[in-house]
Design a binder for this molecule. Structure first.
Ligand SMILES: Cc1ncc(COP(=O)(O)O)c(C=O)c1O
Length: 400
């Protein structure tokens, strides 16, 4: 091994660094952007004389649903404005299909399966693990899904119930699906089954920090393709205002909405309408959301640019990376099967990365070549150190 690298490695080891970039969380300065929410004065009577302090309005306040309609470009009657997290709404969607389903509950289907684009989000994989729904990995390409691979999967598997996608700034590799890719996904999956569910987790719908290619709202694309009965779209304000303390929005057709409402009635009764009103006072339109997100962008952009600069500094001898224009993550792809080794070396130098295994279903990337970098939570100075450590680890593992 190169002596200079080894010296740098030993040097970092002796510094007792403790930097954790395992999760894509906002830094406190980003949370401060929404501090006014904490002090907002609200009235307890909402539109149609609804008392927000009481039960009721299981799909959310009408004014909050209108807001969701504007954000997701879907008719207001197709919107749920909920609470807490989009993951919760996604989980409820899967649970509703599992317990009740459309023609058949998934629990009564032999070996149900779900397609998971890779690399992907570990908390999505956890949902399917919970239900023992078999996950089938599907590679992502620049335009979105690898459609040939999608066709092959559907040709060779029975009981594929659906797919979960992050269509804008995919976690962790940042793809923004093209309209054509999404429409072809609708066509291919509709031929397989009219009940095939496409769950769009649009977690990064408003989270551009650099100019991003145009994308038609997915609900609009579903309308154009006659596919709204297959589509459920979720998003949240977890990374707009406060993690777990924002609003959530979901668009679904009447039948899916009824299914989700049924499950929600058993567990939620009604969403937190106080927080809905508070948010509506704080940020009442899509334009206001986009303006607010520019403030987030100003804080996160320099961090991403720093990572790009650092990764460029070692060229493409050891690997390559995606250059997202939004979202919270960057994926680094090594030329050799060394991702786990890189993680281990980083840990030895005091920098914790997301485990390389976490971005694949069942923790299994047969090529062991992809890693997630989550630059937002730490300060720019910490990020500089983390990236220096990362680059040493990549080069050491590669040369080993
Ligand atoms: C794709 C994706 N979905 C959902 C979430 C979590 O959002 P929420 O808090 O709304 O569940 C994240 C956060 O990292 C994410 O990357």
């Amino acid at each position: 091994m190169n002596d200079l690298l080894l010296k740098k490695y030993e040097d970092f080891r002796s510094r007792n660094i403790n930097i954790d970039i395992t999760r894509g969380k906002p830094e406190a300065s980003q949370l401060d952007l929404s501090n006014d929410l904490l002090n907002i004065e609200i009235d307890h009577i909402a539109e149609n004389n609804v008392d927000i302090r009481n039960y009721g309005e299981p799909l959310g306040l009408i004014e909050a649903r209108r807001f969701g309609s504007e954000l997701l470009d879907a008719p207001v009657e197709n919107i749920i404005t909920g609470e807490q997290s989009s993951l919760l709404l996604s989980y409820q969607t899967i649970l509703a299909h599992y317990l009740f389903g459309k023609s058949t509950p998934w629990k009564d289907i032999k070996n149900p399966k779900f397609i998971c684009p890779v690399p992907g989000f570990d908390r999505h994989f956890q949902i399917f693990e919970d239900f023992k729904i078999e996950m089938i990995p599907l590679p992502l390409v620049e335009e979105g899904l690898d459609l040939k691979a999608l066709g092959d999967i559907l040709e060779t598997h029975e009981n594929v119930m659906g797919i979960i996608c992050v269509p804008r700034h995919s976690n962790p590799s940042g793809e923004v699906y093209s309209d054509a890719n999404i429409k072809q996904m609708f066509d291919i999956t509709k031929k397989y089954s009219e009940e095939f569910l496409i769950l769009f987790d649009n977690a990064y719908l408003f989270h551009d920090f650099l100019p991003t290619k145009a994308q038609t709202p997915v609900w609009k694309l579903a309308e154009e393709s006659g596919s709204t009965h297959q589509v459920v779209v979720a998003t949240s304000f977890s990374k707009v205002t406060f993690g777990g303390g924002g609003l959530t929005f979901m668009a679904a057709d009447a039948e899916n909405l009824e299914l989700i409402k049924r499950i929600r009635t058993s567990m939620v009764i009604c969403p937190d309408k106080v927080n809905q009103i508070r948010h509506l006072k704080f940020i009442a339109s899509k334009d206001a959301v986009l303006a607010h997100m520019q403030k987030h962008a100003a804080l996160v952009r320099p961090k991403f640019e720093l990572v790009y600069e650092k990764l460029d500094s070692i060229g493409d001898i050891f690997g390559s990376y995606t250059k997202p224009t939004g979202g919270y993550f960057i994926t680094y792809k090594t030329k050799k099967p060394i991702a786990n080794k890189v993680n281990q070396l980083c840990k030895e130098m005091g920098v914790l990365l997301t485990p390389a295994s976490a971005i694949f279903p069942y923790g299994h990337n047969p090529d062991d070549n992809l890693m997630r970098i989550a630059p937002t939570f730490i300060t720019i100075n910490e990020l500089k150190i983390a990236m220096d450590v990362f680059l040493i680890a990549v080069q050491m593992a590669h040369n080993d």
